[in-house]
Design a protein around this ligand. Structure first.
Ligand code: DMJ
Length: 574
């Protein structure tokens, strides 16, 4: 608005400008839209939750097409129902997974009711073989997070008395996990029988994420109970895994827990490895141990060097760094969210856009998309209501406040309602090319998909406290008493995510070497920051004899190479 300097006009202009700022129509419009969307997501959550409670509870998950149930916690162990004890009624996994979402939605009645039911009925003394990773992120993580929310007086979620029932359940479950870690390497078996420990002839094969992303839940359990065994078991496994990395700082996808040898050498940020990266950074944020930082930094830099191709991430051989598979897997869509925590907003934004384009192309995100042929993987055409794109969208909106991310969220909500909503809940998509449905509503739809969408449109929950979210979307508060580095000046408003200001959103925890949250709030723009992937050339004048002497370009994160006349540069075409 231009205001010519005539006193009367100036006064008028000032008034108009003031009115403009007080009732900015565009921000008003945004608030209305956010409110509408928040209510839509709330409806989605309750449609999924109520149907689960009516047709499936206390079994583990809902089958929304037939309005029946599946005991997926045990089916995750490939056990058919007839192999389970006849009186087994499930472990109410979806209820456990819903508690933190109910808390975020402010439904204290249902939250408290759920806790009471679980404390009176849930038992882990069952002869069922379960997947350690899944049981850890869904059940242990769900219980711990709900316990922390229940004892937080600011949330006022409990009216009656709460006597740490969820923590006791979590401790019992954690103890049942411990035999899985009794291997020569300390790497846990992927499967454990909750009653009898590791079964005879149990497979010794596991994945990197399966044995390398247990530390948030098991570490929290140790801090809460004072029993160090959980944290040390998870940390020992993590360290062992890290020792097994290649000289390029890459890890394979599957390995043998007894011999400590790699089985699948192809490495990626997607399925089988994804949450390994996530837990290194989040463990650093939660516990402040320098070790996590060092591991994460090297692993992250290697991921940028060997997997990244513009906004895309392909897979690479862990020993040679050569590309193996050029495919997008839908789990990779969590990566931009992680990059927000790192401070790499530009990179996060560009990858997120590509994932969203694929979503728009098919209506939802196919499980695998072949980048080199630009087609869907012939046998992995499904979309099981996964949360990862919504998750990244939430983080990016927090970091940038760019309303475009709200539009992305709206598109996701529309697609979910259009393609997956059925009278009995929300159904997974079996084939994204035909939108044929499958009779399964995974518990992570309530723990993550609905939660991240809700938080995108209403972040009042994260504004109260500093939380990190586990890989299953369960919030755990960052506490000074658990943290090795949080300074005395630690305050408890939310600063885990960057909120505003150009430099703040560019700040990189990788270069600042501190918990990203502190970095993002330190308001010291003079502090030196650099790109997360930058590796300088060996010589200050950029001269070289071989590629080895060249580093990684700070802006594009591409490897620099040595030219014919001996200068490092971006000589290789994309
Ligand atoms: C969730 O169970 C977790 O996010 C896990 O880390 C991998 N992805 C699924 C949902 O897609």
């Amino acid at each position: 608005m231009s205001c010519p300097l005539h006193p009367k006009r100036l006064f008028l202009c000032l008034l108009i400008s003031l009115a403009f700022f007080v009732v900015d129509p565009s921000s008003q419009h945004l608030e209305i839209k956010k409110k509408q969307m928040r209510e839509k997501v709330r409806e989605m959550f309750y449609h999924a939750y109520d149907n689960y409670m009516t047709y499936a509870f206390p079994h583990d998950e809902l089958k929304p097409l037939t309005k029946s149930f599946t005991d997926s916690l045990s089916e995750l162990g490939n056990l058919k129902l007839e192999h389970l004890p006849t009186d087994y009624n499930g472990s109410a996994v979806t209820l456990v997974e819903s508690l933190s979402s109910l808390a975020i939605l402010g439904n204290s009645t249902e939250f408290e009711k759920g806790i009471l039911w679980l404390s009176e009925n849930l038992t882990f003394d069952i002869d069922a073989r379960v997947n350690l990773f899944e049981c850890n992120i869904r059940v242990l993580g769900g219980l711990i997070s709900a316990h922390l929310l229940a004892i937080d007086p600011t949330n006022r979620l409990i009216q009656g008395s709460y006597n740490n029932q969820l923590l006791r359940l979590a401790e019992d479950l954690g103890k049942r996990f411990l035999p899985a870690f009794e291997t020569p390497t300390g790497l846990p078996y992927a499967w454990i029988n909750l009653k009898n420990g590791v079964m005879d002839n149990e497979t010794t094969e596991t994945s990197t994420s399966g044995c390398g992303s247990l530390i948030l839940e098991m570490g929290s359990l140790s801090r809460l109970t004072g029993d160090p065994r959980f944290e040390s078991a998870a940390l020992r496994a993590l360290r062992q895994l890290w020792r097994m990395r290649s000289s390029l700082d890459l890890l394979g996808t599957t390995l043998d827990v007894v011999t400590g040898e790699w089985i699948e050498y192809s490495s990626s940020i997607g399925a089988g490895v994804d949450s390994f990266y996530e837990y290194l950074l989040k463990a650093y944020i939660l516990f402040g141990k320098e070790d996590y930082w060092r591991m994460f930094r090297s692993a992250y830099l290697a991921s940028q060097k060997y997997f990244r191709h513009g906004p895309w991430y392909h897979e690479a051989n862990m020993w040679s760094g050569k590309p193996t598979y050029w495919q997008l897997t839908s789990l990779q869509a969590f990566w931009p969210g992680l990059q927000v925590l790192v401070g790499d907003i530009a990179a996060a934004n560009s990858s997120h856009r590509e994932f969203f384009h694929v979503w728009e192309k098919f209506g939802v995100l196919p499980e695998r998309y072949l980048l080199d042929h630009q087609i869907i993987h012939p046998t992995m055409k499904y979309y099981p209501l996964r949360p990862e794109l919504a998750e990244s969208t939430f983080y990016l909106y927090q970091a940038t406040k760019d309303p475009w991310y709200l539009d992305v969220g709206e598109t996701i909500v529309k697609s979910l309602n259009l393609y997956t909503k059925v009278p009995g809940g929300f159904a997974s998509v079996r084939d994204v090319t035909t939108m044929q449905l499958e009779d399964h509503q995974h518990s992570f739809f309530l723990a993550e998909t609905c939660k991240y969408l809700y938080l995108l449109f209403d972040d009042s929950f994260v504004a109260k406290r500093n939380y990190i979210f586990t890989t299953e979307g369960h919030p755990i508060q960052v506490l000074r008493s658990w943290h090795e580095k949080l300074p005395e000046t630690y305050f408890s408003g939310n600063w885990t995510l960057s909120k505003s200001g150009a430099w703040e959103s560019r700040a990189s925890a990788l270069s600042l070497q501190v918990c990203p949250s502190i970095a993002l709030n330190s308001r010291r723009p003079e502090q030196h920051r650099e790109s997360a992937c930058h590796v300088p050339d060996e010589q200050i004048n950029h001269k070289c004899w071989s590629n080895k002497e060249c580093g990684v370009d700070a802006t594009t994160c591409r490897l620099r190479t040595c030219s014919g006349v001996g200068y490092c540069g971006l000589w290789n075409p994309l």
